[in-house]
Design a protein around this ligand. Structure first.
Ligand code: SAH
Length: 351
């Protein structure tokens, strides 16, 4: 059978969870995306079930020393109003998240050196006292910093590779280095964190071939969790606007392919997907995803964490977001998972 046959490729993916670059590209370009989404949904059910893990996202600082051309938190963006939360405020939000029934906290910020090892370790150990699984998403740090976070009790770390296209990466991330970011991901893994990563889909200058390489890279790590976000144009950045019309479907396809290649990992239905499509996260949950990260940041700060415009539910309170998402999950006959939602590795050879 020819490789140019979606059935053949999908069957191969289900049986071996391995695809070559050409096959991945074929799936991305195929017009028969519904078949891909349906298979990814079945694989999701078989390996991770119907539970949806909720991770309460606390955006605790929007200061950033980096200057990524696409991101609203970039240091040269003087239009953004900057804020930093104190330890007390963070713990207060975590306590509320506990009350709403969350099992995991995700602490996210720009790359903000104000929170040194001492401050961060204190925040981590205080949150861990509340019996949460804790994910950090603080950007690139030294091995010593990652180690201190781990020692203080953090369980997971989220660092998107953004793109593995070296030329594009260096153009869009001035002063940063792709090898260093990959090295950070290796260090995070070495230290025993669960590692989450992912890419931005539709960055100006990004090619489908480079996205294929991104997918292969994510599988090679291999990641425990993945988040695929479509690029959303931010007028407060120097990057030029692009037509984002097809980016929702493209992101969905990439996410679905990752489910086929890594059937037991946690995959997020991302907020950026919902920004492009008002049913985006539900559609993603039905195309391979099993994780949602509702915002648990206070509404007054939420609007200042403006990575890109059009962020959903900007004026909603954390409690509103929690109730709303549970209703959406139930509407598609899924349920909110009651455990901490670690990556449960399945022996693929015995399947
Ligand atoms: N500083 C941390 C986390 C904050 S940024 C870090 O570097 O990991 C979180 C994520 O937002 C980034 O990893 C990037 O993938 C995404 N992002 C930034 N700008 C974006 C844009 N314009 N459209 C879509 N996603 C964007």
């Amino acid at each position: 059978m020819s490789i140019n046959n979606i059935k053949f490729i999908l069957n191969k993916a289900i049986q071996s969870h391995i695809l070559c670059e050409k096959e991945i590209l074929y799936l991305i370009q195929s017009k028969e995306s519904k078949k891909l989404f349906d298979i990814a949904n079945k694989v999701r059910l078989k390996y991770v079930g119907n539970g949806v893990h909720l991770r309460a996202l606390i955006e605790f600082s929007n200061y950033c020393k980096q200057n990524c051309l696409y991101c609203g938190l970039r240091s040269d963006n003087f239009k953004i109003i900057r804020y930093r939360l104190k330890l007390k405020e963070i713990i207060n939000l975590a306590n509320k998240a506990k009350y709403y029934g969350y099992k995991t906290i995700v602490l996210q910020s720009g790359e903000d050196n104000y929170y040194d090892i001492k401050k961060m370790s204190k925040i981590i150990s205080e949150i861990k006292k509340l019996d949460f699984a804790l994910t950090l998403s603080l950007g690139e740090k030294t091995f010593e910093e990652y180690k201190a976070y781990r020692v203080a009790g953090a369980d997971r770390y989220l660092l998107k590779i953004e793109t593995t296209d070296e030329i594009l990466y260096h153009k869009l991330n001035p002063g940063m280095n792709l090898k260093n970011r990959m090295n950070c991901i290796e260090n995070i893994k070495k230290l025993g964190f669960e590692i989450g990563s992912g890419i931005i889909v539709g960055l100006p200058g990004q090619t489908l071939k480079s996205i294929v390489k991104d997918i292969i890279y994510l599988k090679s790590i291999p990641v425990d969790m993945v988040g695929i976000g479509p690029f959303i144009y931010n007028p407060d950045t120097p990057i030029k606007n692009i037509n984002s019309k097809n980016l929702f479907e493209l992101s969905l396809k990439i996410m679905a392919i990752l489910r086929l290649l890594m059937p037991d990992i946690n995959i997020a239905a991302t907020t950026a997907m919902e920004t492009l499509n008002n049913r985006g996260r539900i559609i993603a949950l039905q195309s391979g995803a099993n994780v949602i990260m509702p915002n648990a940041t206070k509404a007054i700060y939420k609007k200042y964490y403006k990575i890109y415009p059009g962020k959903i539910c900007i004026d909603e309170s954390p409690v509103h977001c929690r109730i709303c998402i549970e209703n959406k999950i139930k509407s598609i006959k899924r349920y909110v998972s009651n455990d901490k939602g670690y990556h449960c590795k399945v022996n693929l050879l015995s399947q």
